[in-house]
Design a protein around this ligand. Structure first.
Ligand SMILES: [Zn+2]
Length: 353
């Protein structure tokens, strides 16, 4: 038997997007068959844009069956700079020549400078400055919409102040398993002269696809996924929702703007559509007992060359249980390969339902 017989490769292209999948088996002892070795399906896929590989270990139980009581985390004593009794005193305004308003408030949200200098320009945005904790159940489109609007307005002000800082992203950690050091829910942005690594990869791929085909990469991806149906969730105003062919994380969902341009080109109505789509996905996570997530929203950088769209990717992270098992193993951390137990087709089907 040759390797070709042991690994069944299927490759196809749709709307110019290349999909690669390899089917093989894992050979393991079967507990209900006296430990005799059985073949279990093992599927590998490559992401058509970012290039990372995902391995699907089907039938595994990597997802939480029940929710963790968050009370000890929420009530843990300690200093919180975002709580109503502290936030005015311990946060600073942006310089008025950079952001006219100083501190940006929209509804219950507030956007202020981040004191950690991880990017040339950055901001931290708090969903609700009137209380310490916002459960994912409470994250509706108004709450998310106000905060995203404030963050996008900050991005617009920064771009005007320094047009060379053209690599903008708006990103979230929610609760400690996602990397958040503060429990009080907040999001963060970056505006840099050089892109984040996968932000740069996406922009390069968009530029190359534009040069080769004359059209937008994410536009073509939406078309391909709409055509293939199994990972396409639906359209909400200015955005499309789909699950990616090769997820990098559990229950990953992509929200793609139909309009060309960067984060700073989004209108308030388009930001509202992103917020509605995000609230819809987070509500889905709540129904799946998921309690932590990351999201990353980036756009085209140099819009004219790239002809790109804004992409928001969201993944669920491990729940904050006492015997915390990270969802990031040596596969993800050291091999750039994700191990996933639920297919994107199942997640899309769940969300459509
Ligand atoms: Zn707080």
């Amino acid at each position: 038997m040759s390797v070709e017989d042991k690994v069944l490769v299927s490759e196809f292209s749709r709307s110019g997007i290349g999909f690669f999948e390899a089917q093989t088996v894992g050979k393991v002892p079967n507990l209900s068959d006296g430990g005799r070795f059985h073949d279990v399906p093992l599927v590998l896929r490559r992401d058509p844009i970012f290039g990372g590989q995902t391995r699907f270990v089907l039938g595994s139980k990597l997802q939480p069956e029940e929710v963790t009581d968050l009370t000890p985390i929420v009530n843990a004593p300690g200093f919180c700079p975002f709580c109503p009794d502290k936030i005015d005193a311990v946060t600073y305004p942006f310089p008025t020549e950079m952001v006219n308003e100083g501190k940006i408030t929209r509804g219950k949200s507030i956007v202020v400078p981040n004191i950690l200098s991880y990017s040339t320009y950055s901001a931290v945005g708090v969903y609700d400055r009137t209380k310490h904790f916002v459960d994912m159940k409470e994250m509706d489109s108004n709450l998310i919409g106000d905060l995203l609007t404030g963050m996008v307005d900050h991005a617009k002000a920064v771009r005007e102040y320094d047009p060379d800082a053209k690599y903008s992203s708006i990103n979230a950690n929610y609760l400690p398993p996602s990397g958040s050091s503060l429990v009080h829910p907040h999001i963060q942005s970056s505006h840099d002269y050089l892109p984040l690594s996968s932000q740069g990869k996406l922009i390069d791929e968009m530029a190359q696809f534009k040069a080769e085909t004359g059209r937008g990469l994410l536009e073509a991806l939406i078309e391909a996924e709409r055509d293939l149906r199994v990972r396409y969730v639906g359209d909400w105003g200015a955005v499309s929702i789909l699950t990616p062919f090769a997820p990098v994380g559990f229950r990953e969902v992509w929200i793609v703007s139909k309009m060309k341009g960067d984060i700073v080109d989004l209108t308030e109505a388009q930001v509202g559509d992103f917020a509605r789509a995000l609230a819809f996905v987070i509500d889905g996570y709540v129904k799946l007992n998921l309690q932590s997530f990351n999201f990353a929203m980036t756009g085209s950088g140099d819009a004219e060359v790239v002809d790109g769209n804004v992409l928001l990717r969201i993944v669920a992270r491990s729940n904050p249980t006492a015997t915390y098992r990270s969802d990031v193993t040596y596969f993800e951390r050291l091999y750039n390969e994700s191990m996933i137990d639920v297919t994107p087709e199942e997640t899309a089907s769940f969300l459509r339902g």
